[in-house]
Design a protein around this ligand. Structure first.
Ligand code: ATR
Length: 276
């Protein structure tokens, strides 16, 4: 059996847990792989060179992480899956018919983890805090899971408005069944302070966890479940809602979920995320 080669490209990258996760998947399905961390200077020429060298050298698949997901999206031109198109970002690269293709598994990884936790999404009202790449990537998978509404709250309200407008514009370029999900969706936006009332699930998609600052959450805001896309550090967002009686989860399972979907895209093999 020949060994298949994979990389994850990022900056920084030393902390990435992707190699262990993918090695675990490979062992599970009996494949021989090498999965390496690839540091890359933060400019488009270096990123393009790294991607070309990897695939010209026979590499099978590359994951892309901060800060290269938008660059990867542009590099794939029109060879994008609908999820990558709506996300405006690519975390999974592969070659098909001699062309570089981009997919985004982050959002579906989140949805799969949430469902794995036993949290219902169908007909539920969702609030997402943050309007950067992380929140853009989860809108379509949440809609596809049948949520009733999505409210996006952001420190900069104009960015939350723009995110929703962009999603709606994208709908025209997508297959009909996916476009319909977006066109029928109840989407709204506000500042974080103006996010009040009760939600089934609140998701923190901001990068505030990196800074140690606290979100200006209203006293009247409550939820049954709270999810933070970050992991591996103290998360005051989760503490806040746990103190109010909500079930909470960090984003470690999302990391494993997105990896499982990338692995499946590259190898055609489904893996069991619960055995890691
Ligand atoms: P990512 O691609 O990880 O989403 P990003 O595009 O830089 O990263 O977006 C970061 C998100 O975290 C944004 O929604 C940002 O709010 P702004 O759009 O107002 O900048 C949010 N964020 C970061 N630090 C924050 C803070 N201290 N308070 C509130 N929101 C914060």
């Amino acid at each position: 059996m020949s060994t298949q080669h994979f990389i994850v490209i990022g900056n920084p990258i030393a902390h990435s847990q992707s190699p262990q996760i993918h090695q675990g998947f490979a062992a599970q399905v009996g494949l021989s792989i090498r999965y390496a961390r690839q540091l890359c200077p933060n400019d488009v020429h270096s990123f393009t060179a790294v991607v070309e060298a990897f695939f010209n050298g026979g590499g099978v698949g590359a994951n892309v992480t901060v800060p290269f997901k938008q660059m990867a999206y542009k590099l794939c031109h029109t060879n994008l899956t609908p999820h990558a198109q709506v996300a405006g970002a690519v975390n999974t690269l592969y070659m098909q018919n001699g062309k570089l293709c981009g997919h985004n598994t982050d959002g579906q990884g989140l949805v799969n983890h949430i469902q794995n936790l036993g949290w219902e999404l169908k007909d539920k009202n969702i609030a997402i805090i943050g309007a950067g790449g992380a929140s853009r990537g989860i809108i379509l998978p949440l809609l596809a899971a049948g949520v009733s509404s999505i409210h996006v709250a952001n420190r900069t309200v104009t960015k939350a408005d723009a995110l929703i407008e962009d999603c709606q514009k994208q709908a025209n370029n997508l297959p009909n069944n996916i476009a319909a999900l977006i066109k029928q969706a109840k989407l709204s936006a506000s500042s974080i302070e103006a996010l009040t009332g009760s939600y089934d699930v609140i998701i923190n998609a901001t990068s505030i966890g990196l800074s140690g600052d606290k979100l200006p959450l209203a006293d009247t805001l409550s939820c049954t479940k709270a999810y933070d896309m970050m992991y591996g550090r103290d998360l005051p967002f989760l503490q806040h809602f746990e103190d109010k009686g909500a079930n909470v989860s960090d984003g470690k399972g999302m990391l494993i979920g997105q990896a499982a979907l990338s692995f499946e895209q590259w190898t055609g093999k489904k893996v069991d995320v619960n055995t890691l």
